[in-house]
Write a protein that binds this ligand. Structure first.
Ligand code: ADP
Length: 764
C-alpha cells in the first residue's frame, strides 16, 4: 500500500452549477464532491461552454494550452482552472466547438465531443503539479471515446500506463452514433483495425458508447436494476450483447442527490420551510403553489406534479392516456417541463382549468416550489436509469407514483397497506390503466387514511439519498482497479444533515408508530377500489369532497360499486400480465433476486419481476436504434427549423434521415383512440409516435425493413414494449373520454411557451 491518494479525473459534458440539462449535470455536480469527502483527489473536466455564467468564468485561471490532433485537424485546447469545495474543475477551452449558446444539438456534435474526449485524454499530461491520474472516469457518450483514444494513441507513454478507465452509463438511449466516415476524417482511426472493428455498429455507422464499453476497464451504470435491465434486448438499445459479454466488469451504483441544495428545511426558493418534525410549512407551500398555478386552493384535493422532460422515456404516453380519468377523479395535476408533449399538456390545462396546470418551461425555482407544494410526484417512465426527481420529491415529503423500472424500482418502496411500510406508490407494466390505479391508490390513501399517509411521508423523508454511500461504492470500485492505493476515508465526512439509514423502508422515523395496526384492518377494500377501471371516474372522486370534482360526482361511490369495480380491474390487466409472465419469467426472476437492493421489500421484487417479463414478451423486434433516435427522427421530420429539432436530431447523422421518415409516416397512420377523441390535433401530433409503436404488426414489418436498410436503424424496438399497453389502452380511451367530464368552459391557465427554455431541457 502506498499513502498516495486515489486521484481521479472525472470527465462529463455537463456539471452543475456551470451547465445542466438534466440528471447528468446533477451527478457531475455532486458526486466529485462526495468523492473528495471519501478521500479522493478529483479533477472534473467539462467543456468551457459559452453559456457558463461570468461569475465562474471571471474566476477561472488559465493553466495550460496545447493542440489536439483530430484526424487531419490540429485544434487548440486551453485548460482553465477553478476550484470549488475542494474539487478542481478544468474547463476545456475551444471556442470554435464550445462557445455556443447550448451544450448539445449541433450538426457537428460528433466532432465536438470527439474533440472533448481527445482533449481530456491529452490533458492528463497537463494536470496540476502532484496530480497523477489513477482513474479516468468518463460519463455517457460525450466522453466515450476517451478510453478508446487512451488505449490506441497513448498506451505506450508511461504516464498513461497506470491510468484505469471507468465508463458510466447515465442513459443508454443516447449513444453517439455517427456515419463511419467520421472514423477517418475525425477520429483518425480508420487505419487501426481493432478500433475500427470495435467502434463499428453496422456497415455504415460507428457508435461511441460501444467503443467505451469495449475499451473501459470497468463499466458502471446508475442503479442496480438498470445494470441488469440494459443487458436485455428490451432495454439494451442494441448494446445488450456487449454488456452481457462484459457483465463481469459492469455494476450499478445508485445516484444520490445534493441534500444541501434540496432541503425543505433550508430551501430559500420555497414558500415556507418545513421538516419531518414540523410539516406545517408544507401545507402553506401547497396552498401557495395552487394559487401560483391557478389551481383551486383546497387541501382536500391531492396535488400531483411532474417536473420532467416531456418525452416518451418519461412515460408521457401513459400520462396523456390517463389524465382524463385522473383529473375527473378529483386529483389536481401540474406539469413543469418541455419536450414532445407540450401540446397535449396545454390541452389538458385548457380542458380542466383549476384542476390541471401546465408550465411549459425550464424553471429551477418553480421546480423547487413544485416539489415542496405537491402531495404526489408522478414519474411513470418507460425506462429510467436512475432518476433524481423521485428522490428529490421524497426528500420534500411528496410521495412518488412510479413505474417499477431501473432506479425507480431501486429507490421507491411500494406502500404496503398491511405494514404501513413504503415510500410511494408503484405499478409494474407500462400501461396507462395500471398507472391510473396507482395514482388512485395514492389518492384514496390521501383522502381516507391520514395517519397512514403521514407515515408514508415520514418514511419518504427519512430515506437516505445522500451521495455518501454511492461515493463509497465508487471508491471501492477504483480500489479494485488500483489495489495498491489505500482508500481510507478522511475524518470529516461530507456534512449530511440526514441520518444515514441504509434504506427508505427501514427508516422508521419519529412518526406515530401506532398507526399501522389500524391501517391494516381497513385498507384492503379501499385499495382494491382504487384500482377501479377507467370507465368510472366517479368512483375515484374524493370521498369527502364537499364540492364535486370537475365532472365527477364525489363521495357517493360506495362499497358495492367498488367491489365490482375491483373485480373488473383485476380482470383487465390479467391478460397482459399472463402473456408477459410466461416467456421471461425465469430470467427476470433470477436477476432481480440477485440484484435487488436492500431498499426493496419482497413485494416490490415480485412486482418488478412482472415488469420485466412483460417487456421481454412484448419486445419482438431487434433493431438497434434508440428511443432517442426515434424522437429525434420525429422531431426532425416535423420541425426541422427549430432549435429543439436540431438538437434532438444531433446524435443522428445522415444515417438517421431514413428513420425520420419512417417515424413520420407512422405518425400519421396510427393515432390512438385516446388522442383522437380527447386531444384534437395537439395530442395527435405528439402522441402518435407511441401509437405507431403500439401496433405490433406494423412494428414488426418495419423492423424487417430496418434490418435490411443500414440507414434505417431506428426505433421500433424500444417502442415495442408499449405495444401491449397502448393497444390495450385504446378501447378504454373512449369510455374514459365519455366519462371524462364537462368541457372546460374557463379559459386555459395560460401555458407560457418559452422557446428558449425548450432548448434547455433537450438533452444530449
Ligand atoms: P433526466 O432523465 O432528465 O436526467 P432525472 O430525474 O435524472 O431525469 O433528472 C432531472 C433533473 O432535471 C431534476 O433535477 C429535475 O428537477 C430537473 N428538471 C427536469 N425538467 C425540469 C424543468 N422543466 N424545470 C426545472 N427543472 C427540471
Amino acid at each position: 500500500m502506498s499513502d498516495k491518494k486515489m486521484q481521479v479525473v472525472f470527465a462529463s459534458a455537463e456539471a452543475a452549477p456551470f451547465v445542466k440539462t438534466g440528471g447528468l449535470g446533477d451527478v457531475a455536480g455532486s458526486l466529485p464532491r462526495a468523492l473528495v469527502a471519501a478521500g479522493a483527489d478529483v479533477i472534473v473536466m467539462v467543456p468551457k461552454y459559452g453559456t457558463i455564467a461570468s461569475e465562474y468564468t471571471d474566476r477561472m485561471e488559465h493553466v495550460a494550452d496545447f493542440y489536439v490532433s483530430l484526424g487531419w485537424r490540429n485544434e487548440y485546447c486551453g485548460l482553465e482552472r477553478l476550484v470549488i469545495d475542494g474539487v478542481t474543475y478544468l474547463f476545456i477551452d475551444n471556442e470554435r466547438y464550445f462557445k455556443r449558446d447550448y451544450p448539445y444539438g449541433f450538426f457537428d456534435d460528433g466532432e465536438r465531443f470527439a474533440f472533448f474526449s481527445k482533449a481530456v485524454t491529452e490533458s492528463l499530461q497537463h494536470l496540476p503539479e502532484g496530480f497523477q491520474c489513477d482513474v479516468l472516469h468518463c460519463n455517457d457518450w460525450h466522453t466515450a471515446l476517451a478510453p478508446v483514444f487512451l488505449r490506441e494513441f497513448y498506451q505506450g507513454l508511461p504516464l498513461y500506463e497506470r491510468v484505469k478507465t471507468v465508463f458510466s452509463i447515465h442513459n443508454i438511449a443516447f449513444q453517439g452514433q455517427y456515419a463511419d466516415t467520421i472514423l477517418n476524417d475525425i477520429l483518425g482511426m480508420a487505419h487501426i483495425p481493432n478500433a475500427a472493428r470495435q467502434l463499428r455498429c453496422d456497415e455504415r455507422s460507428i457508435n461511441y458508447m460501444q467503443g467505451a464499453l469495449d475499451y473501459s476497464d470497468a463499466i458502471t451504470t446508475v442503479s442496480p436494476s438498470y445494470a441488469w435491465e440494459i443487458q436485455t434486448p428490451e432495454y439494451g438499445e442494441g448494446l445488450d450483447g456487449i454488456l452481457r459479454r462484459r457483465s463481469n466488469v459492469l455494476s450499478g451504483i445508485l445516484n444520490g442527490i445534493d441534500t444541501d441544495a434540496w432541503n425543505p428545511a433550508t430551501d430559500p426558493m420555497i414558500h415556507a420551510n418545513y421538516s419531518a418534525a414540523d410539516m406545517s410549512g408544507k401545507k402553506a407551500c401547497k396552498a401557495a403553489l395552487q394559487e401560483e398555478l391557478g389551481l383551486e386552493v383546497r387541501d382536500d384535493r391531492p396535488l400531483m406534479v411532474m417536473v420532467t422532460r416531456l418525452t416518451r422515456q418519461k412515460g408521457m404516453d401513459l400520462v396523456t392516456y390517463a389524465l382524463d380519468r385522473i383529473l375527473s377523479g378529483g386529483v389536481q395535476v401540474a406539469v413543469l417541463g418541455t419536450g414532445d408533449y407540450e401540446e397535449p399538456m396545454r390541452y389538458f390545462a385548457n380542458k380542466y382549468p383549476g384542476t390541471c396546470a401546465a408550465r411549459i418551461t425550464f424553471d429551477n425555482a418553480l421546480s423547487h416550489r413544485m416539489y415542496a407544494g405537491a402531495d404526489m410526484f408522478l414519474m411513470p417512465s418507460l425506462f429510467e436509469p436512475c432518476g433524481l426527481s423521485q428522490m428529490i420529491a421524497m426528500r420534500y415529503g411528496t410521495l412518488p407514483v412510479v413505474r417499477e423500472t431501473g432506479g425507480l424500482r431501486d429507490t421507491v418502496a411500494p406502500y404496503n397497506q398491511f405494514t404501513g411500510e413504503g415510500t410511494g406508490f408503484t405499478f409494474a407494466n407500462f400501461n396507462g390503466d395500471e398507472m391510473g390505479d396507482a395514482v388512485f391508490r395514492g389518492a384514496r390513501l390521501y383522502w381516507d387514511d391520514h395517519a397512514a399517509w403521514d407515515q408514508l411521508v415520514q418514511n419518504a423523508m427519512a430515506a437516505d439519498f445522500s451521495w455518501v454511500r454511492s461515493a463509497d461504492e465508487y471508491m471501492n470500485l477504483y480500489h479494485n482497479l488500483h489495489p495498491e492505493i489505500d482508500i481510507t476515508k478522511p475524518e470529516p465526512v461530507v456534512a449530511e444533515p440526514e441520518p444515514a439509514e441504509p434504506t427508505a423502508v427501514e427508516a422508521e422515523p419519529a412518526a406515530p408508530a401506532s398507526e399501522p395496526a389500524v391501517t391494516e384492518a381497513e385498507p384492503a377494500p379501499k385499495t382494491e377500489q382504487a384500482a377501479e377501471p377507467a370507465d368510472d371516474a366517479k368512483a375515484e372522486a374524493p370521498a369527502k369532497a364537499e364540492e364535486p370534482a370537475p365532472k365527477a360526482e364525489p363521495a357517493k361511490k360506495t362499497a358495492a360499486k367498488k367491489t365490482t369495480a375491483s373485480k373488473t380491474a383485476a380482470k383487465k390487466p390479467a391478460a397482459r400480465k399472463t402473456a408477459a409472465t410466461k416467456s421471461t419469467a425465469t430470467k427476470a426472476a433470477e436477476k432481480p433476486a440477485a440484484k435487488a437492493t436492500a431498499t426493496k421489500p419482497a413485494v416490490s421484487k415480485a412486482a418488478a419481476t412482472k415488469t420485466t417479463a412483460a417487456k421481454a414478451t412484448a419486445t419482438k423486434t431487434t433493431t438497434k436504434a434508440t428511443a432517442s433516435k426515434a424522437t429525434a427522427a420525429k422531431t426532425t421530420a416535423k420541425k426541422p427549423s427549430t432549435a429543439s429539432a436540431t438538437k434532438t436530431a444531433t446524435k443522428s447523422t445522415a444515417t438517421k434521415a431514413a428513420p425520420a421518415k419512417a417515424a413520420a409516416t407512422k405518425t400519421t397512420a396510427d393515432k390512438p383512440a385516446t388522442a383522437a377523441a380527447t386531444a384534437p390535433k395537439a395530442t395527435s401530433a405528439k402522441t402518435a409516435p407511441k401509437a405507431a409503436a403500439a401496433k405490433t404488426a406494423p412494428a414488426k414489418a418495419s423492423t424487417s425493413k430496418a434490418a435490411t436498410s443500414s440507414a434505417a436503424k431506428a426505433t421500433v424496438k424500444s417502442a415495442a414494449p408499449k405495444a401491449t399497453a397502448a393497444k390495450a389502452a385504446a378501447p378504454k380511451a373512449a369510455a374514459q373520454d365519455s366519462s371524462a367530464a364537462t368541457p372546460a368552459d374557463k379559459p386555459a391557465p395560460k401555458a407560457k411557451s418559452v422557446s428558449a427554455a425548450k432548448r434547455t431541457t433537450r438533452k444530449r
